[in-house]
Design a binder for this molecule. Structure first.
Ligand code: PNW
Length: 528
């Protein structure tokens, strides 16, 4: 069955596609990136560090999940060693330097710094590791950007409720304070949370991310409530006690772009409902002028909860003081963006009851004719969606510079990564048009990722790196791909290459280029 599926997908993409032109993010132009525009690369602790139980580190919820559920990861792998960056951080810094990138976004592992989860026991070796990495970056004149939380909660804190325990606001604030104390004089950019929707909706409301709790309809709302308070608390602490460092602090939200599935008023409404109840769930409380959860979400969850006989809305309420405390708590809008969906209004109940999906009541699909060929099935290539999303955020949440903290493409490996080269070219073209034609407020862009790494449930099958990592070699050898060369060229010239064609999507349909690298994966699926 699997083989048939892949052959069909294969055949489909070899056929090409008539709609591709509408996907371009803008026509060919001579636009250049502004002088002060920042180019970076991103990684995350779980995905690159390895050393999962070395030098005093305790297990995170990801260690726990992949050790206890052997079928969770597509290739049965773990993040125990990953790219071994715990031991190879000097090479990592050297790679960032080789790329000509100004800024490196990495995350700090809470259980490496605080093995009990609490500040009673600060691990000196954990602190030393990040201090060494930061010093190595500064030696190359690379600005560090630290993500305080990229999904790896200490399992010990999960055992007492994790993000559903309201005391986590204090635990997280204490943890962030340790990081500020040690590093705020050297680190000028802080991201409190990477993609809180993945943590809460998929981790607590679903099974797609750790802790895979699946308490949908309740836990995703509790998690979000505590997480937003934790974010705001840390922002205020930073501004009160560390303001003289001149550092900037924000949050990185994941958002797809959404297009209506048909041109009816109902489907156009579905787009707005989707955006305001997903990205807006986190953006509205922090970045909108009025604060609080988006009114659409409040009304939808309220109505469904009543219908389902709950005594109160499953969406917790913020007091007026809390709304004011959370509103405006960021210096920039971090955006992680990869792809686009088509939206329509559901005409019957959707999703589990109760759940955020059921509360919201929209249906999300992708156009099978959109180019992809990616090892990540959701990753369709729609550069115009990126441009529209940047425009939407600029208008909806005015006053915050947008920093694109992640964008990138996954394949099945190889140094000659023409599809990734094409993806970056198209998305950077869309970004240039967003800046110059739409006056979107974008001040930086980070490629995901510096190197191949542990891609969560996709293990080491799906590769996002600008550098190829040979996971079989003892030194986890890192080698630049074609896409690394493109990125370096763009950063140096501040423009796209001469031969770039915004209407050429052929890199995503040339079966011959990707067939050899697909084979081991197809074989693996057949054998398991
Ligand atoms: C991000 N989506 O996750 C994460 O921040 C990274 O750790 C991860 O490796 C990278 O993207 C690639 O997957 C995503 O809804 C979260 O489409 C959500 C989506 C995509 C990526």
């Amino acid at each position: 069955m699997e083989l048939v599926k892949y052959v069909l997908i294969f055949a489909f993409f070899c056929n090409g596609n008539a709609e591709l032109d509408t996907l371009a993010g803008g026509e060919k132009s001579n636009y250049t990136f502004p002088k002060d525009f920042v180019f970076g690369v991103s990684t995350a602790a779980v995905q690159i560090e390895g050393a999962w139980d070395e030098d005093g580190k305790s297990p995170s919820i990801w260690d726990h999940l992949v050790h206890t559920n052997k079928t969770f990861v597509r290739d049965g792998s773990t993040a125990d060693v990953a790219a071994n960056s715990y031991h190879l951080y000097k090479r990592d810094a050297e790679m960032v330097h080789e790329l000509g990138v100004n800024i490196y976004r990495f995350s700090i592992s809470w259980p490496r710094v605080l093995p009990t989860g609490f500040v009673n026991n600060i691990n000196p070796l954990g602190i030393a590791y990040y201090d060494n990495l930061i010093n190595e970056l500064l030696r190359y004149n690379i600005t560090p950007m630290v993500t305080i939380y990229h999904w790896d909660l200490p399992q010990k804190i999960q055992d007492i409720g994790g993000w559903t325990n309201s005391l986590i606001v204090d635990y997280y604030t204490d943890y962030a304070n340790v990081l500020f104390k040690h590093f705020a004089h050297k680190v000028k950019y802080w991201v409190t949370f990477n993609e809180p929707m993945q943590t809460c909706l998929e981790g607590y409301g679903g099974t797609y991310r750790a802790p895979a709790l699946n308490r949908h309809g309740i836990a995703e709302y509790l998690c979000t409530h505590n997480l937003l308070k934790a974010h705001a608390n840390v922002y205020h602490m930073f501004k009160t006690h560390y303001n003289e460092t001149g550092g900037k602090l924000g949050m990185s939200l994941d958002s797809n772009w959404a297009e209506p599935r048909s041109n009816t008023a109902r489907d156009r409404e579905a787009v707005e409902v989707y955006l305001s109840t997903h990205m807006g769930w986190y953006a509205h409380p922090v970045y909108s002028p009025s604060g609080n959860y988006p009114p659409q979400l409040i009304d939808l969850v309220n109505a469904k909860s009543k219908k389902q006989n709950y005594t109160r809305s499953r969406l917790p309420e913020f007091t007026k003081e809390e709304v004011d405390f959370i509103r405006g708590t960021a210096d920039f809008f971090g955006l992680n963006h990869y792809t686009t969906y088509l939206l329509s209004m559901a005409d019957k109940e959707v999703g589990a009851i109760p759940s955020h999906e059921n509360d919201v009541g929209v249906v999300r699909v992708q156009d099978p004719s959109w180019p992809s060929m990616s090892s990540s099935s959701w990753l369709k290539v729609v550069p115009s969606g990126f441009r529209r999303l940047l425009n939407y955020i600029t208008k909806k949440y005015p006053g915050y510079p947008i920093i694109v903290t992640e964008n990138g493409y996954a394949d099945y490996s190889g140094l000659d990564d023409t599809a990734r080269v094409s993806y970056y070219s198209h998305y950077l073209n869309a970004l240039l048009h967003a800046i110059h034609e739409d006056h979107s407020n974008v001040s930086g862009y980070f490629a995901w990722s510096l190197m191949d790494n542990f891609e969560w449930d996709d293990g080491y099958v799906s590769r996002f790196g600008l550098y190829l990592v040979d996971f079989k070699s003892p030194n986890k050898t890192r080698t630049p791909k074609q896409s690394a060369k493109l990125y370096t060229e763009v950063i140096a010239s501040r423009r796209l290459p001469e031969d770039y064609n915004p209407h050429d999507f052929s890199a995503f349909s040339s079966a011959s280029a990707l067939a050899p690298s697909l084979l081991p994966f197809i074989l693996y699926r057949l054998l398991h």
